[in-house]
Write a protein that binds this ligand. Sequence first.
Ligand SMILES: *[C@@H]1O[C@H](CO)[C@@H](O)[C@H](O)[C@H]1NC(C)=O
Length: 262
Amino acid sequence: MWLLAASASLLPAVLLLSSRYRGEAAALWRRAAAWLLGLLRGRVCVRSTHAFVFTNCTHGKVHSVLETFDLYTKTHPSASVGPQIGELLDEVVGRLRPLLVLELGMHCAYSSVRLLRLMPPAGRLITVELDPVTADLGEEIILVSGFKHSQFQVLACSSAEAISNMPSHLEPHEKTGAGFSLVLMDHDPEQYLPDLLSLERQQLLCPSGCSLLLVKRDQRSAGLGRVLDHIRGQADRYSVTRDLQVLTEVFYRTDGLTARST
Ligand SMILES: *[C@@H]1O[C@H](CO)[C@@H](O)[C@H](O)[C@H]1NC(C)=O
């Protein structure tokens, strides 16, 4: 009898607990499902973009590759940045003529091709992609565009890993050189600040001037807010040169006392 009474008195607590955990479990499940769906969608999108561009472009012709990408993004949802950011990239690369460029987040390689197309012949692009399948497909698109392995390198790993091992990926003359004069960040915004701090720490940003392009796929991202706070708090080194809805351009230099070479 006392057992029944005891369990009856416990019942409300048990019910309360199980309903609370049910709520949490459901929320957790919803988050996991959304993440998985995003991942699958990303992959499917990269695969179908790749198939469309690979079969429909003229191999060896960079203009045809970019046109085919644009045709695809006009008619399909796509992970590539599209012509609006593409034109901004053209303008920045044309102005800076960078010899060493870092791209974090390669996606379908649209921006990689766009960057390579206007870089000086001696320039080199290092592009980082976390997903190994995406990295392989992207590399194929860069080769199809007519670029050689001497002009670019694809690193299939996390951005943090790529940056911390960067010296081993650089050519001898790049190791003693000025570092990156253009960095395009289009990966996980949560990584923007830690990666920027790591690039600073390792002195990989060209001290006489480096353009940072931060792609804003999600305006409300907390990571984006954090990196912009850091940049605005270091006015001696950073200045925001362009703040658009899709992208923020930041100029970095640490030898501000010497005359501008340009
Ligand atoms: C090539 O383009 C055509 C028409 O623009 C399209 O229907 C076809 O699906 C594309 N090929 C691939 C493999 O996506």
